[in-house]
Write a new protein. Structure first.
Length: 482
């Protein structure tokens, strides 16, 4: 888009572009989302920014009316596989707060100077500014939805000092943290309510279908689905957590219980990836809607998403367990693995929900496991331990900033890992929107029923096409060929 197209989107208050770009008004010093209901500013007074961080770096503060920091993220970062896209995904996961810009640059294979130049040229802000925007968003959530002391909020959000926290919050939101808490004082709720969040999304969403998809695959001890709510345990950088996800009026209701509040940013990113909340369903429908094979299914299920996962390493292990077996059998096998190798939840989390007792077995715990004791063919057990060992050693990188092509290549080098397993990990674990599981049994059956289909024309949304092909059969499960 050029600036004139962006301005037309602002004049029409088009919410599809919320999070794709931000509008800053020179005369007021405020930046907004494109759909802000305020009077449209004059064109000569408007500047456009790719990120909220860039607007903040230029001295603009967030609009109190449209709250631009709460919009869905840009779908562009899910599609892009270059260094900028990988860096953005890592920053959203809290990488700068955990290891600094130096560690981020090293993970990406660039110098700090090169990385800063690339990000500044592409999105108008360097890694520190982007991380600062993430900190302010996390801090706002903790200020407005919890009763944590302000000093604890400051350090949990990644700020180096309370003074820095106060100055940044006032600069970005034009209010002190105390004023923000007083303005949105939440009703008193018991501690068991956790941190309550509203996760936004753009366009239509088939949330019921997605939660059912996840519920059909729920691993005993780690996940459960009941009363239209999906719950699961999380392995986070500073300790385990638990999340419950359900439908809100125009959002996903998310409740989080965390061992350490500083994991909030990572937990939210993983939940958004799990439900593909940053997707643009209109862009998907524009490509797949006219297709004679996928169009009718898409019209029956508008807003279809491509569910991801909260932990790519866990998904890789589950993909190996799911080779050549049904979803129900894979759930049973995964449950046995969890009971034997999973880590029990710590005090404070283990009693929240009776069905959630463990985090999934870590790659480190599975590396030296005995393949003969896994209730699966020994050859598949060896494949599982090879995958776990490769992830634990770093030979296979499945983190948010990984190179997807390299990760798939490394997986295929491992014994017992075929195109279906590697593609399934790439599609769900790494969030690649353009993976068609051509060797999947359900996909093959759907294509045989419809006859030859122009699958290349479905790019860059072939992951969505995979889900639509499954849906066309009325089957809730997939079965790979290894």
């Amino acid at each position: 888009m050029d600036d004139e197209q962006r301005y037309r989107a602002v004049r029409s208050r088009d919410s599809r572009f919320d999070g794709v770009f931000y509008t800053a008004v020179r005369t007021t010093g405020i930046y907004c989302r494109p759909s802000c209901p305020a009077v449209t500013p004059r064109r000569e007074n408007v500047r456009f920014y790719r990120t909220a961080a860039a607007a903040q770096e230029s001295g603009f503060r967030a609009c109190k009316r449209c709250r631009p920091d709460t919009v869905p993220g840009s779908p562009e970062w899910n599609v892009r596989a270059d260094v900028v896209g990988r860096a953005i995904r890592l920053i959203h996961d809290g990488a700068v707060d955990r290891g600094g810009v130096g560690a981020l640059a090293e993970d990406l294979g660039y110098s700090e100077r090169q990385l800063n130049r690339l990000l500044s040229a592409e999105v108008g802000a360097g890694p520190l500014a982007l991380a600062r925007a993430e900190r302010t968003h996390t801090a706002r959530v903790l200020v407005e939805t919890t009763d944590m002391p302000m000093a604890d909020v400051a350090f949990a959000s990644g700020f180096a000092s309370v003074r820095q926290f106060n100055e940044t919050m006032r600069a970005v939101f034009d209010r002190s943290p105390s004023e923000m808490r007083a303005a949105r004082r939440r009703a008193t709720t018991p501690p068991t309510s956790g941190i309550v969040l509203r996760l936004p999304y753009r366009g239509a969403i088939d949330l019921a279908g997605m939660l059912t998809f996840l519920g059909d695959r729920a691993v005993p001890g780690v996940e459960e689905y009941s009363d239209d709510t999906y719950r699961r345990t999380l392995r986070l950088p500073h300790g385990p957590g638990v999340v419950a996800l359900s439908a809100g009026s125009d959002h996903v209701l998310c409740r989080l219980w965390l061992t350490d509040p500083s994991d909030l940013t990572s937990a939210v990113r993983r939940c958004r990836s799990l439900l593909d909340l940053d997707a643009d369903p209109d862009a998907v429908a524009e490509v797949l809607g006219p297709d004679p094979v996928l169009g009718p299914v898409l019209r029956r299920r508008p807003g279809v998403r491509a569910p991801g996962h909260v932990d790519p390493a866990e998904l890789a292990v589950r993909a190996v367990l799911g080779q050549q077996v049904s979803v129900r059998a894979a759930r049973t096998l995964a449950g046995r693995l969890v009971s034997r190798y999973g880590e029990p939840l710590g005090t404070g989390l283990d009693g929240l929900f009776p069905g959630l007792t463990h985090t999934f077995a870590s790659p480190e715990a599975l590396t030296d496991a005995d393949p003969a004791g896994m209730s699966i063919p020994v050859s598949r057990g060896r494949a599982l331990t090879h995958v776990a060992g490769a992830i634990a050693s770093g030979r296979v990188d499945l983190g948010p900033g990984c190179d997807r092509d390299e990760a798939e290549h490394r997986l295929l080098e491992l014994p017992g890992i075929g195109p279906w397993t590697a593609g399934y990990v790439r599609m769900r674990g790494l969030g690649d929107p353009d993976v068609l599981l051509e060797t999947d049994l359900g996909v093959r059956q759907a294509l045989e029923r419809t006859g030859p289909a122009p699958t290349e024309a479905w790019s860059p949304w072939r992951s969505y096409a995979t889900h639509l092909l499954w849906a066309s059969l009325g089957l809730p499960e997939e079965e790979g060929s290894g």
